[in-house]
Design a protein around this ligand. Sequence first.
Ligand SMILES: [Zn+2]
Length: 364
Amino acid sequence: MSLPWVVLDGSWVASNRDILPMLRAAGTRYLIDTAAWRFQSDSAFGVARLANLPHAPTRSWPELPIDDFQRFIADDLRFQASLGAAASLVPGLIPADRSADLAAHDQAASSVVEQVCFEQPLPAIATIGFHTQGLDGAEQRLESLSSVYSAVYVQPTPIDPYRDSPDKLGNVIMLLQQIQRQGREAIAGRMGALTVLLRALGIAAADGGMGAGEAFALNAKLKAPRPSDRPESSTPRASNASRRYLPPIKRSVSPDVVELIETTPAADALLRCTTCCRFLAPNDRIRRGREHSLLARVTEAQQVSSLPPSMRLDHAEREWQTARRTATSLNTALREAGHKELPTEHLDNQLAVLRQRAARSEAA
Ligand SMILES: [Zn+2]
């Protein structure tokens, strides 16, 4: 599989540098994400991988003088560059509510980038977090964004592409299209579930996830550390099972649902992976959920990108209509076997948003 870009977890890669020469040899460029926005809250200091970052701040952002905030940004950019990142992912804040004013922090970060880029000429990617009820504020921040940035990583909160309404998803996509019109590349955070639709609408990238990380809610993330954030020795994994992306119905499901489908022959026939998992035993298929999900997402993204731009919307529309028919047959199979049906409203919502944004783009 050819992977043009990957995003690596900063603290993980700091102690797993062996992966870097392998990525470079494969022609894969990488970004280093230190998840610095989590220092918005004191809870970050209870997360070992964040607190152990060599340049971790001494206090959370709201408590930190702006000079120290700038020092952190500079150290973070140097840390990324020291690991060979292909671009600087500039830490940014995500507003906790619609009224938060982040202009001072945006400006402080961009003035650091101007200085650090002088030492290390890497393309800079801004991180713009915004509350999905505060779209106006996000538009203003984008309008006043420094010209030092060539791309913007956008993290809406809260966002859940499997459950959100067409209007809510449409507003987020409108913002992504605004970034592209400004001549910058937009990267949609935690919207991997929409990769094909976003590509069809001209958005450069979405972080794909591997069957997980497909929704985002700041307030939940800033609460007490999750078990997976604690040091490895204290978290014995009960099982290797992971979530799995099912391309025929355009959604990921939990290991329990994977098992249910595999043991329902009529359902399994509709969803079975005939490529990377073709020769795997059932247990191995469950274990390899992450690899399968990544491969399936990348394949779908590459399929749509290989088409001329004029054909991408039709391709996406056909894919989603086929998925709706498959989902109907799947639920019939599950019902007849006495199982609960899977939710399918994401397909209608996403198809509606595709049509809505495509129509607006044509009218513009
Ligand atoms: Zn597979």
